[in-house]
Structure formats: structure tokens, C-alpha cells
Design a protein around this ligand. Structure first.
Ligand code: COA
Length: 667
């Protein structure tokens, strides 16, 4: 679908302006470089613009138009769209703002326009879009004035201004792109079509996406899990905080997305979420410039302190630090007798360009080193410009990142390194943060299973539905959960059924804060306790629950929920009295596999506790919990009536794993 935008034989700019300060002028100017097709300005009052003959409207234009770029004020857009339909154009970009992001009426108009175009099979980008760039064809169909060369980075952005900000940095960092697209309000093309294109585009090696909402999360996960196997997908999500959400709604009419779930989804489906614009830019630029993701990093510096701190931060960020190979150690010891041959390699405060050069070249030859971080500071003897000159001459096959400390004094030196395509920052920790993200991106490709959209298994034999507590207990038993012996008592006559001792609480599941309200009686040892407890608890609901007392070594929470955007997911973590204190939770989107459930359990604090139990009981408790996670998945697949299920605590002792308390919300 996106390809219909990238190779048009003819382009009309509707709203091309004579005024060089206007958007319609800049778009036309950018398009003059396009060689593979003709460009026509449309304007009711002009005769020529930028030397091109002008037509008053699309109808008056005698030839066919494949791509129309619309930059007229909002009230005229619908008429222009009707003209596009009449003209049978293939694709339309609406630059104009003032639609869904502005008002309810704007939203209505946007829907009307998008529906008309869909009915006529015309692709739409926008409205409220900056346009797009396809440098391979010298096609700049946007009002961004920067000159962006060809490269391997695909940029997908819901904010046009984010793109222009990136373009300026791309110019000075010698970063090119395969395509860049501003999605605007996403009434037509969304991130999913762009991702689909990027996935099969041979020029694209890395994808950076700035998104404020998702058109269809399930489709996004599906595409992300496919693309992540071959191309890193780095996502910066706008509108994650409450204030940010409010801002993004007015910006691009975005819908809020649950941030915690999104982070969990990124781990499961192989895309990498970054937190800041800086991380986003640095990661995608590095990946564009360096085709390999470094695994073992060597730090070379003339500044002991910053070097040590960089190593410290690397450890926190879980970067793998390289070790010099024995032959490197020999060579370095010979040439640098006053240095300890370690990581970081301190070439010492009196290092000149030659000494830096020797160490870097040794690192380049060393098979145990994948990437090199050079930290340069001004010292009495170190001539920084000379070191920079030396770096500019080094042809490094291994990723080389430079931290040039010293503030504004070295701005021009940093600039020349960046212009030469060398990754350069002021502080080394920015490099460490970026390398840690690229490491995550490299690992992400091993993670995603083949994504399968969630489908209810209607043919699954349902013996009974979860309708009340008793039915839910029976259902859990059917799915292999062990239950404490229990009685659900509705009136005094049934009290004889209660086993002693037992634990008494209301069977009213909907009730929150049961303990505070007195809806939990606790242990009943005698018949009298039973009678008293029933008298206390019956006012909280129609029935009272009496349960066998279980002593647990570990209490877990195992639950599942269905989210409107994310679909069903499972949650696991420490439960019982630890539930809110530790907020230990990891989420898995369903359906998933034993491998993923295992990885998700390993991310929790509960996992360490289970490992201890494995040893204590000489049993595979962790494995048993994973089996129960799979059983909850089965249950959610088969029981559409269950909106939310929470087994908390799931009590573990040597005799087994017990579903002691269950909360259920049915639809
Ligand atoms: N067909 C063709 N041309 C038309 C037209 C029509 N129906 N109606 C007006 N025009 C011409 C005008 O005559 C003018 O040309 P001129 O300057 O030579 O006279 C040109 O189109 C532009 O019209 P104008 O009324 O001057 O509008 P503008 O340039 O001030 O604003 C937009 C138009 C689209 C740029 C503006 O409405 C807008 O939406 N701006 C925000 C864009 C944006 O931020 N998008 C998101 C980016 S991330």
C-alpha cells in the first residue's frame, strides 16, 4: 500500500503557493528534485510557480495524476478530495491540520474524507501530516527543507516535528534513510502499513518509530514479531505519563495505551522501547551507521576516573565488557609500559594521538573485542584536536564511539567526527546507554515466537461456566488446580458440613478490602466459632466460605485479564501479603508458549523464591507453576465468559500448590 506513494509517475501539489514562506511552496520546491515523474502545481490564482505551469484545479489538468499532495486550508480539503476521486489518483497526502486532533466536527470530516477515499481504493496519508521522504528516488514529498541522503534507517513518526528535528541531526551526523513517513492523524496509512513496507524493503536495516497511539495493537505485535527477527525496531512511545497523554491527544488525536502492558509486550514481541528522545536518536543513528551490534566493548581513555565510571555504568546496564587477548596484552605492555592492560585501558594523562592510535588499532585487531569506546579529555600533554584528526583517519570496521569531554570548547571537533559518520557524544554514559539498548535489540530477535492472534477455542468442551465461586472452584479443579477442602454455606442448617479447623471468610468475591471490613473471620476451631463466624459474615453476601487451613512457604498471584487493546494476558508474581508491597508482576500476552512463560516467570522476584523451594523440597516447583500458567491460558482460551481471573494467594508448600483464593469477573 505504501509503495503507491513512492514511485509516482505524476504528482500534483494542490495548494502550491507563490509565497516562499508557505507550506505549499516548500513542498513544490522539494519536489523539483524528483526525477522519476512530473510535478504539477495546482492553484486557482497563479500562472507559474518555481518555473512550472500552474493549473487552477485538478479537473482542469489534462493528464492523469498518481499522487496528490493536499496543502489547502481545511475548509477546502473535502472538495479537493472529491476532485482526486474524480481524477482517479492512486494516493493522497493531506498535509492540512485541523481535523480529529482539533474538534469533534474535524473528526467527523476526517472520517468522511477517509471513507470516501477507501471506497475508491485510494491510499491516504494524513491528515495533519508533514508528508514523506523516499531518498532512493530523490523524492521529498514533505515541507521539511533538510537534505536527507539515502541510508538504511526507516523512520515512522506520528509527529511531523519529531521528524524535522531528526532530519536536522541526520544532516549533521551523516545519517541517511530508506524512507521517512509522517503518519499524522493516521486516517489511512498507519504504523502497521509502514512497518509492513519496512519489513520487506531491502534498503531498510533498522526501523525507528515514534508513536503516540496504535492503530491495531494485535497487528502491530504480529508485524513487530516478524520484523524483529531481521531488523531492529526501536519504539519511542509518546503519551506514557498522564500529562503526556493529554498532550498527545490534542497533538494527533491519539488513544491512551497501558504503558506497563506495552513494556511487557515489547519484551514478548521483540521491539525495543526507549524512554527518551536522546536514546531514540542515538540508538537509531548508531544502528544505521554500524551494521553489526557490538557484544564485547573495550574502553580506551586518557582519563582514569571517567573510564572507571564508564565501566561501573556498563555493569549496571549489563553491557559486556571485553578482555584483551593474550597477544594484545603482550603488545600493549611493550608499548604502554606505564599502563595496566585492563578494561578500561588507561593510556594515561600524558597520552598523545599516537598512543591513542596504537591502542585503538590493537583493539581493532583483537578478536575478543567487538566495539571500541574512546573517552578523550583535555590533559596537559594531550592535544585533543590532534587525537580527533587521528580518529578521522582511522578506518574502523568495528563500531567506534567517541566521548569527547570538555563542553563547548570541543564543539567543532565533535561536529567534524559526527560529519565523518563517527558516533560522538560529550559524555561516555550516553554511549553506554545507547549500546545497552542496541544489545537489547540484538537479543530481541531471538525472542519472538510466531505471533498468533488470540482466538477463542469455541470447540473446546466446556463442562460448566464460571458463574459463581463454587462454579469457579470446580472449573479450576477441572484445569488441574489443587483446592483446599472447602464448603460454601448459605444457611445455618448447612453449618454441620464445615470441616474443622477451617478458615472462614465471605464468599462475596466482589467485595474489596475484606479484611478491613470484617469480612474475614479467620480460623474456626470449634462448632461455636463456626456459628459465630457465620453470624458475622452472612451480612457481606449470600454465602460464607470455609476453607481447609494451608500453611504456605511462598504465596503467588496468578491471574489473567482481557484488555480492549492488548487482548488477553496473564500476570504472575509474588502474591498474598506481598501483592501490593512488592508489586512483583510480569505479563504474558496470550496465546503463548512454555518457553515464553518460563522467561516471564524468570523476570519476577517470585522466581528466586521458587528456586529455593526446588532445593528445599527436591521438587521442580517452578516447572509446576509454569504448567499452571499454561492451564490458565487454556482456561482463558476456552471461557469467553471470564473477563478477569485472579488466584491470590496461590499457596505453595511441600504437599502441593493450592488455589486458595479466587476472584473472578465474568462478562
Ligand atoms: N486549490 C488549490 N489551491 C488553493 C485552493 C484550492 N482549493 N485554495 C487555496 N489555494 C492556494 C492559495 O491561493 C494559496 O496560494 P498563494 O499563496 O499562492 O495564494 C495556497 O493554496 C495556500 O493557501 P493559504 O490559504 O495561503 O493557506 P496556508 O498556506 O496559509 O495554509 C495549510 C494551508 C494547509 C498549510 C494550513 O491550513 C495548515 O493546515 N497548516 C498546518 C500544517 C501542518 O502543520 N501539518 C502537520 C505537519 S506535522
Amino acid at each position: 500500500m505504501l509503495s503507491s506513494f513512492f514511485h509516482p509517475s505524476s504528482i500534483a501539489v494542490v495548494g502550491a503557493s507563490r509565497d516562499s514562506k508557505k507550506v505549499g511552496y516548500q513542498i513544490l520546491k522539494n519536489l523539483l528534485k524528483y526525477q522519476d515523474g512530473k510535478v504539477y502545481p495546482i492553484n486557482p490564482s497563479a500562472h507559474t510557480i518555481l518555473g512550472l505551469p500552474v493549473f487552477p484545479n485538478l479537473a482542469a489538468f489534462p493528464q492523469k495524476v498518481e499522487l496528490a499532495i493536499v496543502a489547502v486550508p481545511a475548509p477546502f480539503v473535502e472538495q479537493v478530495i472529491d476532485d482526486c476521486i474524480e481524477k482517479q489518483v492512486k494516493a493522497v497526502v493531506i498535509i492540512t491540520a485541523g481535523f480529529a486532533e482539533m474538534s469533534a466536527a474535524g473528526k467527523q470530516l476526517q472520517i468522511k474524507i477517509a471513507t470516501k477515499l477507501t471506497e475508491h481504493h485510494i491510499a491516504l496519508l494524513g491528515p495533519n501530516s508533514l508528508g514523506f521522504l523516499y531518498p532512493t528516488n530523490s523524492l521529498n514529498a514533505s515541507f521539511a527543507s533538510q537534505q536527507i541522503g539515502t541510508g538504511s534507517l526507516a523512520l515512522i513518526s506520528q509527529s511531523g516535528a519529531m521528524l524535522t528535528a531528526l532530519f536536522t541531526e541526520m544532516e549533521s551526523n551523516k545519517v541517511g534513510c530508506s524512507f521517512a513517513i509522517s503518519l499524522g492523524n493516521k486516517a489511512g496509512i498507519s504504523e502497521n502499513e509502514a512497518l509492513e513496507f519496512a519489513a520487506q524493503d531491502p534498503n531498510t536495516k533498522v526501523i525507528g518509530a515514534y508513536l503516540e497511539s496504535f492503530a491495531d495493537l494485535s497487528q502491530f505485535f504480529q508485524l513487530a514479531s516478524q520484523v524483529a527477527k531481521t531488523k531492529p525496531l526501536i519504539v519511542l512511545k509518546g503519551g506514557r505519563s498522564k500529562t503526556g497523554q493529554a498532550a498527545s491527544v490534542s497533538h494527533t488525536a491519539a488513544l491512551a495505551t497501558n504503558d506497563v502492558l506495552l513494556k511487557a509486550a515489547s519484551e514478548q514481541f521483540g521491539f525495543v522501547m526507549v524512554d527518551t528522545v536522546e536514546e531514540f536518536i542515538q540508538t537509531i543513528f548508531f544502528l544505521e551507521q554500524n551494521k553489526t551490534v557490538p557484544e564485547n566493548t573495550m574502553i580506551i581513555t586518557n582519563a582514569g576516573g571517567p573510564g572507571v565510571n564508564t565501566v561501573d555504568v556498563s555493569e549496571v546496564r549489563q553491557l559486556t565488557l571485553a578482555q584483551w587477548s593474550p597477544s594484545s596484552v603482550n603488545n600493549l605492555q611493550e608499548q604502554l609500559p606505564n599502563s595496566n592492560i585492563t578494561n578500561p585501558l588507561d593510556v594515561i594523562g600524558d597520552a598523545n594521538a599516537e598512543r591513542f592510535s596504537f591502542a585503538i588499532r590493537q583493539a581493532q585487531r583483537d578478536p575478543q573485542i567487538d566495539s571500541i569506546v574512546v573517552i578523550i579529555t583535555q590533559q596537559a600533554v594531550t592535544n585533543v584536536p590532534e587525537v580527533v584528526e587521528m580518529l578521522l583517519k582511522i578506518k574502523s570496521k568495528k563500531p567506534l564511539c567517541v566521548a569527547l569531554m570538555g563542553g563547548d570548547k570541543f564543539n567543532s571537533n565533535r561536529k567534524s567526527l559526527r560529519a565523518a559518520g563517527i558516533f560522538c557524544t560529550e559524555y561516555p554514559n550516553d554511549i553506554v546507554a545507547m549500546l545497552a539498548i542496541t544489545k537489547k535489540a540484538a537479543e530481541a530477535k531471538y525472542f519472538p515466537e510466531k505471533f498468533q492472534p488470540f482466538r477463542l477455542q469455541h470447540d473446546f468442551p466446556i463442562s460448566h461456566l464460571a458463574t459463581d465461586l463454587n462454579a469457579t472452584f470446580l472449573l479450576l479443579a477441572e484445569y488441574g488446580f489443587k483446592l483446599p477442602i472447602y464448603s460454601i454455606i448459605a444457611n445455618e442448617k448447612q453449618l454441620d458440613q464445615v470441616h474443622l479447623p477451617s478458615y472462614a471468610k465471605t464468599a462475596n468475591l466482589a467485595l474489596a478490602h475484606k479484611k478491613d471490613m470484617g469480612a474475614i473471620f479467620g480460623i474456626t476451631k470449634t462448632k461455636e466459632d463456626v456459628t459465630n463466624s457465620f453470624a458475622q459474615l452472612k451480612k457481606f453476601g449470600e454465602t460464607v466460605l470455609y476453607q481447609q487451613i494451608i500453611e504456605a512457604d511462598v504465596e503467588l498471584l496468578l491471574g489473567a485479564n482481557r484488555d480492549v487493546q492488548f487482548g488477553p494476558y496473564l500476570a504472575i508474581g509474588l502474591g498474598g501479603s506481598w501483592t501490593n508491597i512488592l508489586s512483583d508482576r510480569s505479563y504474558t500476552f496470550l496465546p503463548s508458549t512454555r518457553r515464553v512463560f518460563t522467561q516471564k516467570l524468570q523476570q519476577t522476584k517470585a522466581y528466586a523464591a521458587l528456586q529455593k523451594l526446588d532445593k528445599k523440597y527436591s521438587q521442580k516447583i517452578g516447572e509446576k507453576v509454569i504448567t499452571l500458567m499454561l492451564q490458565v491460558q487454556k482456561l482463558m482460551l476456552a471461557h469467553p465468559e471470564i473477563q478477569e481471573l485472579e488466584i491470590n494467594p496461590l499457596m505453595i508448600n511441600e504437599k502441593g500448590i493450592w488455589a486458595a483464593d479466587v476472584k473472578i469477573k465474568t462478562t
